[in-house]
Design a protein around this ligand. Structure first.
Ligand code: SAM
Length: 272
């Protein structure tokens, strides 16, 4: 009889966040397919489990999938994990699962933590519908294009982002999506866990005041409905306030506030 391929979620930081079932399945499996054996060994050592491990990643997944299917067909039970969280969610594993299904092997999820869902549950943004976009594109032009495409999406948007790109990304969100509510979930379940809430411009200002931004980040953006759209160009809005007697500085501050932009962005637009 063929074995079962278990897709096992593991903690995203706090090692207490592992289910009893996950511990049992890891303990009973004949082998564990993981991304980085050093990373998974830390978890297994913590759980007191010793098992043969086989590493799979983006570049060897097809070859590994064939080997794992062979083992499954020979009757072995395989537990597939990623470095952290739910495998396949912005993590490799898809090819192994697809190959197993193709071969008629049972694929059984063992649910648990995932940064996207943990962040959504505490962000304070609408949860009735959401769109998980994985990692935002690294290239600025591609990232901005994607945000443009998502402008009218009427559900909460969730992305993973690297700490060294977060300021740039917040600037793009402020410029393209305007004054929407945004949440930044950083280091969830870990010692330095924090969830920052505000517009992209506000969060950009808060984070840029820090000496460094580290850790793992999930970013969530309110749906289009919650966003205000502004037809008048920024420079005209500032000009209009000046005509009404506001000083230039006050007008810049007000327009920045209304549109969820940083004051320097409004100023830059005026200079241009
Ligand atoms: N499969 C994983 C899951 O289900 O959460 C996600 C893997 S993906 C390669 C890793 C990214 O998830 C990180 O770069 C970060 O954007 C996000 N992430 C992971 N752990 C996190 C945490 N503790 N707090 C906030 N975001 C986290």
């Amino acid at each position: 009889m063929p074995g079962i391929l278990y897709i096992v979620a593991t903690p995203i930081g706090n090692l207490e966040d592992i289910t009893r079932r996950a511990i049992r399945i890891l303990g009973e499996a004949d082998r564990i397919a993981c991304e980085d054996t050093r990373q998974t060994r830390k978890l297994l050592d913590h759980l007191g489990i010793a098992k043969p491990m086989v590493s799979y990643h983006e570049h060897n997944e097809n070859a590994r999938a064939a080997q794992l299917i062979e083992a499954l067909e020979a009757g072995e039970n395989v537990a597939l994990v990623s470095d952290a969280g739910t495998p396949l969610i912005s993590d490799p594993g898809y090819r192994v699962v697809a190959a197993a299904i193709e071969a008629g092997i049972s694929v059984v999820p063992v649910p648990g933590p995932s940064a996207a869902i943990a962040a959504l549950s505490a962000a304070g943004l609408a949860t009735d519908a959401f769109r998980f976009g994985g990692f935002l594109p690294v290239k600025k032009s591609a990232r901005r294009k994607m945000l443009e495409e998502l402008k009218s999406e009427t559900c909460t948007l969730i992305f993973y982002e690297a700490p060294h790109r977060i300021l740039e990304t917040l600037e793009d969100i402020a410029q393209i999506l305007g004054a929407r509510r945004v949440a930044i979930a950083r280091e969830l379940t870990k010692v330095h866990e924090e969830i920052l809430r505000g517009t992209a411009a506000e969060l950009g200002e808060r984070l840029s005041a820090r000496a460094s931004i580290r850790g793992e980040i999930t970013i969530l953006i309110a749906k289009a409905e919650a966003a205000e759209t502004f037809e008048t160009p920024v420079a005209d809005a500032v000009g209009e306030l000046e005509r009404q007697g506001w000083s230039r500085m006050e007008a810049i501050k007000e327009v920045a506030k209304q549109r969820g932009l940083a004051k320097r962005e409004v100023y830059r637009t005026l200079v241009k």
